[in-house]
Ligand binder design. Structure first.
Ligand code: GLN
Length: 444
């Protein structure tokens, strides 16, 4: 039973911030009692699913991994939660994350770290580290994560699972605690591409509660295989070299040879503005975060500190409620947005963002899909990067570009390096999720 598995491995892995098996059992009972003709229509009937704890649930607390939201009970479910439950899924718990999804290792959670099930000395990646670890440790077959700069794909790569970030706007952000609203996207973490596809079909599609939700219809899943000899795969030269762990590079090159042997055409492409991606992302994301996090004032949500007057209460609440990485982002973001610096930093970053998007548009004129390593390295050890924010930021170099461009990306497992998983990343044109998933599935 799922509860036995959780009992066995969760004490070591600590993927969850909250587990509610009573709630899960009640849901399972409700589904069991449905008449057969209704059950048949539920694509996820009885499937246990874990939700990253930055998506709201009325049945369980939502903390976003922050002390400032300790004990917070949301008044409504995120749209994705409603859609999963309507499809018969059983939400069993909320998974750990870097505070407000800011990080790449889950070490920035205000509660505890999550361990990589492949090696408990190593991080699971982040910020959706709890979701990736829960799937990798086989506590659940699927989980939801959120991806602002790689937070689904990077932990998927580190934990040897599949992680899919759809096109920006495909999945409703209603009920997702906002980090950087123009980059945030919810997606599944699963053990196979087909499972990710199935979950995606359930959660995607227009939602009037999210102003940036796309209205284009979500096409049904296909069983059709890929015709490798008709496929043009773009290999961006900027993703293959400096800063890339030679062992990851070797695996990546082996994958490329295999694809070539299957008949795919590999085409070298250039995404020339990749070099500026980290700098651009770490201006845009903190700028939006600084604005989004202003709502945590001790009045409307969660934690409140004592103060002699209103201002002191605000200041103490935020100083005590936010962890150091979140405070760093607020400082970076407010600086980039402040008068006198706005043009030099924020506006400049927005312009480079456009160039990055154009790089992809040009590339997709030549190729069907782009293949890159997901991360420049494999899962690192606890503490290795947490003292040096810049080192941590650099592990996002291959993932942030998809968020800046709004395009879909998926990380799938590509074998092991000394017993530690490594992933590859497939990127596709906006709204071409089905094509992308079909290709990624063909190779897994
Ligand atoms: N690691 C990146 C950051 O810290 C991405 C996080 C994310 O995608 N939520 O901002």
């Amino acid at each position: 039973a799922i509860s036995d598995r959780i009992e066995d491995v969760e004490p070591q892995v600590q993927a969850f911030l909250h587990i509610d098996l009573e709630y899960a059992k009640a849901q399972a009972k409700r589904i069991d009692q449905l008449p057969a003709h209704e059950l048949e229509r539920l694509p996820l009937a009885g499937v246990p699913i874990a939700i990253k704890d930055n998506m709201t649930t009325t049945a369980m607390p939502t903390t976003a991994g922050s002390k400032i939201l300790e004990g917070f009970m949301a008044p409504y479910n995120a749209t994705v939660v409603n859609r999963l439950e309507a499809a018969g899924a059983i939400i069993i718990g909320k998974t750990n994350l870097d505070e407000f999804a800011m990080g790449s290792s889950t070490e920035h959670s205000a509660y505890h770290v999550t361990r990589n099930p492949w090696d408990l000395e190593r991080v699971p990646g982040g910020s959706s580290g709890g979701s990736a670890a829960a799937v990798a440790a086989q506590m659940v077959p699927a989980a939801l994560g959120s991806d602002t700069g790689g937070s689904i794909r990077q932990p998927a790569s580190y934990c040897g699972v599949t992680g899919f970030k759809p096109t920006y706007g495909r999945v409703s952000r209603y009920g997702l605690i906002a980090f950087a609203s123009s980059l945030d996207q919810i997606g599944p973490l699963t053990r196979s591409v087909d499972d990710a596809w199935l979950l995606y079909q359930v959660i995607a599609g227009h939602d009037p509660f999210d102003a940036t939700s796309l209205t284009q219809p979500v096409e049904p899943r296909t069983a059709e295989p890929v015709q490798w000899n008709q496929l043009r795969i773009g290999i961006p030269k900027e993703y293959d070299g400096e800063g890339l762990d030679p062992r990851v590079q070797e695996r990546y090159h082996q994958v490329l040879s295999t694809l070539e042997a299957q008949g795919a055409k590999l085409i070298e492409i250039s995404l020339p503005h990749t070099h500026y991606a980290i700098a651009t992302y770490y201006l845009v994301a903190p700028a939006e975060a600084s604005s989004n996090l202003s709502r945590f004032d001790g009045v409307r949500y969660g934690y409140r500190a004592q103060g002699n007057d209103l201002l002191e209460m605000y200041e103490r609440t935020r100083a005590e409620g936010f962890g150091p990485e979140v405070i760093r982002r607020i400082l970076l973001g407010t600086h980039a947005l402040s008068a006198g610096y706005y043009d030099a930093y924020y506006l400049k970053a927005q312009k480079v963002r456009t160039l990055i998007r154009q790089d992809f548009e040009t590339a997709f004129g030549q190729v069907d899909v782009i293949l890159t390593p997901t991360t420049p390295d494999i899962a690192f050890k606890f503490g290795e990067k947490s003292q040096d924010p810049l080192q941590m930021y650099l592990s996002d170099v291959f993932t942030v570009t998809a968020n800046l461009a709004g395009i879909p990306g998926i990380s799938t497992p590509a074998g092991l390096i000394s017993g530690i998983p490594v992933g590859i990343q497939w990127l596709g044109p906006a709204l071409q999720e089905n094509r992308l998933l079909q290709i990624a599935r063909g190779f897994e």
